[in-house]
Design a protein around this ligand. Structure first.
Ligand code: TA6
Length: 277
């Protein structure tokens, strides 16, 4: 289980029975989720927890754009949006015998690329058998607003060569191969860099992470139009200052996302939900 005593960013600790969750107010960022003592999320040993850069691990919140999906990104070089590297505030905390829930919202809406009228909140709910992370977007303006976003979750695994994913089918866009279209393999394994956007419009989609033939983590997606699957593999791992060279063997990213040209209509809301069990 990962401890965050060295973190200089403000943390919120949630406990329910034998389950725990640690959330950083920097980034509105789930750092850890343990279920009966087992850590479900990956956190790099070299992750910066001082607010100097986005946190490498846990569940980064990519909003109001995913990756480079913003027309003016170049002048600002802000991959994955505006909120994973700013301070959030705790709006509410509700505890019952069945769950503990917190609501967070970003504090700095002044960036020139912040879409007018658009706001977001994150609701994190710890229960006796799962963690739910809900990213709420609200368009208070009078015009439709383009929105791409993701719950960019890093999952802990035991050994990449023995890891597989279930529940994903169809074609994908391969960002590790100039956006070439690939076909999802029946057995989803990791034998090199994987950086794929899988369009999916199922209302609710379930994907499981397996170690050999044993399911270790069940992930449910809702409100998405795609899933993003990422493992940096050896070469890209060596290029990160906040990621050890061999840590690609200990994680995979399974991301619940909007990446397919979604627009949020005036006065409408959107919910992007990932549930981890
Ligand atoms: O979700 C996959 C991805 O978009 C990859 O292309 C890679 O850039 C990864 O996110 C991590 O991005 P970051 O900006 O956190 O280094």
């Amino acid at each position: 289980m990962t401890h965050f005593s060295h973190a200089s960013v403000p943390l919120v600790h949630l406990t329910l029975g034998e389950n725990t969750c640690v959330v950083s107010l920097f980034g509105g960022h789930v750092l850890s989720y343990t279920q009966s003592g087992v850590e479900k999320l990956f956190m790099s040993k070299q992750a910066k927890l001082d607010g100097s850069r986005p946190i490498r691990g846990g569940i980064p919140v990519c909003w109001p754009w995913f990756g480079q999906l913003h027309p003016d990104i170049n002048e600002h070089k802000l991959a994955h949006g505006l909120v994973r590297q700013q301070l959030w505030e705790l709006d509410a905390k509700v505890s019952t015998t069945k769950s503990v829930s917190i609501t967070l919202s970003p504090t700095d809406l002044t960036h020139p690329l912040w879409p007018q009228g658009l706001t977001c909140q994150l609701i994190i709910t710890l229960t006796h058998d799962h963690l739910e992370v809900k990213l709420l977007s609200h368009n208070k303006g009078e015009k439709p607003v383009p929105l791409s976003c993701a719950l960019h979750s890093y999952f802990a695994i035991d050994d990449l060569p023995e890891t597989s994913l279930s529940g994903i089918t169809g074609e994908y866009s391969d960002n590790a191969n100039e956006g070439a279209i690939g076909s999802t393999p029946e057995t989803y394994r990791f034998t090199g860099e994987v950086d794929r956007i899988h369009p999916n419009t199922d209302n609710i989609l379930s994907t499981d992470i397996y170690h050999k033939d044993r399911p270790i983590t069940a992930i449910t997606h809702a409100g998405h139009d795609s899933l993003v699957i990422w493992n940096p593999w050896r070469n890209k791992s060596q290029s990160f200052v906040d990621f050890a060279d061999d840590e690609y063997l200990q994680m995979i990213c399974v991301e619940t996302a909007l990446t397919q040209h979604f627009e949020l209509a005036p006065h409408n809301h959107h919910q992007l939900i990932q549930t981890i069990a």
